[in-house]
Design a binder for this molecule. Structure first.
Ligand code: C5P
Length: 306
């Protein structure tokens, strides 16, 4: 069926999940956020947003965990559409259909990917022609990880994670994501870290210099040695079962493993695409997580695909 003249075509945008290869959490700021220094890697697991012309704003979601998510102003994708409309001075007339592959509350920034994809999709659908810098500014206001879902690749994030500097590294790395049953709340994990730091004085992971150097020199073993996450003790304190997942990857031959962001997803570095497939099957067989995915990275950020 052909579309009436003057009615724009739907726009389809996909945006990637992220893994934090290094996450150093500083002190709690007055605004309730923690100062961060993190190395983000965008990986080949994508959510897809289809933006269709509509009267008013509407949202549908399908896929992994989608039923649990709000379909109104509480959803980051909804907020992203409103942000573009307000910034450009247009009405937020769009229906958003979000297809989720990225697990919800998994520490992979799925909600941020949806928001980044929506920013790009609405800008294209409404012809508002926002520049990259404007989109990044809107993204940073929406959430700490949204700007990275827009840019993708490998980047060093500072501030609360929203200030990005690209990391100049070539290469492609293959990972297994062990996706846990249930999710973890990001604010609860940060709060648990504050509690642990006050009561037990947990050690800090320090700077990301060694990891960035390993990425630049494409030294796989060194990358494995320097994966680190200050939120790991907090995630493990709330989800003791993740110790078994980490141990299983280690025993089954992963180069190294790390909890991504606030968890509970564990990312295992492998030597090749083939080793990732083999490790994924073995981890699935060990029964230490809900499901597994093989991914590679870096991949680009939010892009129009149709
Ligand atoms: O920015 P975003 O909405 O993703 O953050 C969710 C929550 O995670 C924040 O409300 C805060 O509790 C915690 N957070 C933090 N420091 C950061 C990022 C997130 O404390 N740098």
């Amino acid at each position: 069926m052909s579309r009436p003249v003057g009615v724009p075509e739907p726009v389809v945008v996909r945006a990637p999940a992220k893994v934090n290869l290094h996450l150093a959490v500083g002190d709690l700021r007055d605004d309730g956020y923690h100062e961060l220094m993190t190395v983000f890697l965008a990986v080949s697991l994508f959510d897809e947003v289809t933006a269709t012309p509509a009267n008013g704003l509407g949202l549908t979601m399908r896929g992994d965990g989608a039923l649990a998510l709000p379909r109104d102003y509480r959803n980051l994708a909804w907020q992203a559409a409103v942000a573009v409309a307000e910034h450009a001075g247009v009405d937020p007339d769009v229906h958003l259909d979000v297809r989720k592959e990225i697990p919800v509350a998994g520490g992979l920034a799925g909600g941020s990917a949806d928001a980044a994809a929506t920013l790009v999709a609405c800008d294209a659908l409404w012809g508002t022609g926002l520049g990259r810098d404007e989109l990044i500014e809107l993204a940073a206001d929406l959430g700490s990880d949204v700007a990275f879902a827009l840019t993708g690749g490998i980047a060093l994030g500072t501030g609360r994670g929203e200030r990005l500097t690209p990391v100049l590294a070539s290469g492609r790395w293959h990972w297994v994501l062990a996706i846990a049953q249930g999710g973890l709340s990001t604010p609860e994990v940060y709060a648990e870290l504050d509690r642990l730091r006050e009561s037990a004085g947990v050690p800090r992971v320090g700077t990301a210099d060694a990891l960035i150097n390993a990425l630049r020199t494409r030294d796989l073993n060194a990358i494995g040695d320097h994966l680190a996450n200050d939120l790991e003790p907090a995630a493990l304190s709330l989800r003791a079962d993740l110790r078994r997942t980490l141990r299983a990857g280690d025993e089954l031959g992963a180069v190294s493993g790390v909890i991504s962001g606030s968890g509970p997803t564990v990312a295992f570095l492998t030597r090749s695409a083939d080793s990732a497939v083999k490790l994924a099957a073995e981890i699935a067989g060990a029964g230490v997580c809900r499901t597994v995915r093989t991914v590679f990275g870096p991949v680009p950020g939010a892009r129009v695909i149709a």
